[in-house]
Design a protein around this ligand. Structure first.
Ligand code: SAM
Length: 298
């Protein structure tokens, strides 16, 4: 993150959700009807133009065909992680969860479009102050209503203590809480990741986090998968948001256990194809066995 500037990667993932909502044939993985609005895209051409530039940046690192594949994979992975969160949140709410804490919220639109899902929950959006101010401006400028159950907690993972920020922001440590931590871990140091996991593990049983993490495990991943991560690493570095930590599934499972989580789950891409696309694994164009999402349960 650059001082005084909002997150460019938050804009990127919102644009990917916007394209998915506009262009993806049914069944769509996610319906983020506010993504384009929050990203400040006045029309479809703006979304396409922005993503063409991203495609050009990937092409410069490989070739046009591979770039097309990587941008599609990125879009699908961003949509799948949010869909998983929304499904898990519905289950948790029925089981007594009362708080949703979105860590590194960026242009996440859950609270502004999923009214039934968020009814009965307090939603805390935690983000770098620069990104948070920018989002609040985007909400006001685009006339999106801010529901009464949404609170904002300004926070820098690298410079402040999450437990203090959550307490100051009104998050109760006694309530069953769902943490959404999407597209953030890779931009944090290992110390910040460990500290964040330790705070989440202090919430009551039934609480959990849904997060993504950067693979690949270099022992098992294909060359294409390794290249896609390496190209993304270069592109986000140019956006001044370099990757700072990376874990294999085993390493992240160990981090969860050490922090005090009772269990962790690592669903595969193939499982998502079955659940969200009627088993159409080819449509995701990702290795069915690949794992990049985790649920850590307290
Ligand atoms: C790729 S965006 C993900 C946004 C959102 N979770 C989503 O999936 O749409 C990364 C987010 O992490 C936040 N972030 C990165 N480094 C941070 C830090 N040190 N402290 C607080 N937030 C940070 C950025 O502000 C940004 O909102």
């Amino acid at each position: 993150m650059e001082d005084g500037k909002p997150s460019q990667t938050a804009l990127l993932v919102a644009m990917l959700r916007a394209r998915h909502y506009m262009d993806e044939p049914e069944p769509k993985i996610l319906r983020d009807s506010l993504a384009a609005t929050l990203a400040g895209a006045p029309g479809e051409a703006h979304v396409h133009g922005y993503l063409d530039q991203i495609h050009t940046a990937f092409s410069g690192l490989s070739d046009a065909e591979t770039a097309t594949l990587f941008v599609r994979q990125l879009e699908h992975s961003v949509c799948i992680r949010q869909r998983l969160l929304e499904e898990e949140l519905a289950i948790a709410k029925a089981a007594g969860a009362t708080q949703l804490v979105v860590l590194g919220a960026g242009l996440d639109s859950t609270a502004y479009r999923e009214f039934d899902l968020c009814d009965g929950l307090t939603v805390f959006e935690v983000d770098h102050p620069a990104s948070q101010k920018w989002k609040q401006m985007r909400l006001v400028d685009s006339g999106v209503d801010i529901p009464d159950n949404v609170s904002y907690v300004p926070f820098d993972f690298e410079n402040t203590t999450l437990a203090d920020a959550l307490e100051a922001g009104g998050v109760s440590r006694d309530e069953i809480t769902v943490f959404s931590w999407m597209g953030v871990q890779m931009y944090l140091t290992d110390d910040a990741v460990k500290g964040t996991l330790a705070v989440m593990a202090g919430f009551p049983p039934g609480s959990f986090v849904v997060m993504d993490f950067i693979q690949p495990d270099y022992d098992t991943a294909s060359k294409t998968e390794i290249n896609s991560v390496e190209d993304l690493r270069k592109i986000v570095s140019k956006m001044s948001e370099p990757f700072k930590s990376q874990y294999s599934t085993q390493e992240l499972a160990a981090r969860f256990a050490k922090a005090g989580f009772s269990s962790s789950e690592f669903p595969t891409v193939g499982e998502f194809a079955d659940r969200y696309l009627g088993g159409d694994k080819a449509r995701l164009q990702m290795t069915p066995g690949a794992q990049y999402l985790a649920i850590g349960r307290v």
